[in-house]
Design a protein around this ligand. Sequence first.
Ligand code: CUA
Length: 316
Amino acid sequence: MWSDLPLFPERASSVAGHVDALYFFLVGVTAFFSILIFALVFYFALRCRRRSENERPAEIAGSMALELLWTFVPLVLTMVMFVWGAAIYFRNARPPAGTMEIYVVGKQWMWKLQHPEGNREINELHVPVGVPIKLVMTSEDVIHSFYIPAFRIKQDVLPGRYTSTWFEATKPGKYHLFCAEYCGNHHSGMIGSVVVMEKQDYENWLGGGASPESMTSSGQSLFERLGCANCHRTDDTGRGPTLIGVFGKQVTLESGQTVTADESYLRESIVNPRAKIVLGYKPLMPTFQGQVGEEQILQLLAYIKSLKKAERTATQ
Ligand code: CUA
């Protein structure tokens, strides 16, 4: 009903309606109490004004009923805001299973994106409508923030680690993409667009032009070129642990600690391998910091993610 308000960006993702509903609730509560307070201020100012020079008001001892009222009404309202806000936050933080992943690298001053099939884009993102898409994001330099107003999503993009968010576009069209974190001189120029297409059009778009190498196979050739396979074998006989099926698993470290082998852990193991040594292995691995850029690390990750147990025989 509010979608044609000129102040509002279009609503084009599955979460947009939920975000707007909470927003209107917050605005409504705020407006109601602001008006109530101002009305009461004026009303009491008039009603309780001093009418003569020696007028003394009666002393007031307090009121338990009033105390309870203005404790519980705000408590209930803030709990509603908290639970409602948390529900939307968790929904945005947890992509549904089987989400398509797109990799995002921010740098001064552009967005570089890569699709799993290998297609690369700069400042433009093509996505199919009705498909949940997870963005795995990092930065080459400073903090940026990936913001698509029409989807009501905004997520900081940080150097040295991965952040993610997801969306499901509901309407084909072209939407604004902004950087929402001041990141230097041309921050305001770090903009682009998201093009939401019908599934068939997206397939055609993916297939158009020279067909690029998929992220997984770019990652695989990089893995071979850097000599990773010399130590990370398909079984546990190498100098390093096998990477087959490692993604998402719990890994036990020398210290006895266990960590989840997620994107950030794998990235750290590539650029700073001594930070966390897997139990039973020696700190032999050299750092690859400076030898591989963020985009290449993402390709290596795509390859490592593709190494499933079942493919043990197929991979080497
Ligand atoms: Cu990137 Cu502001």
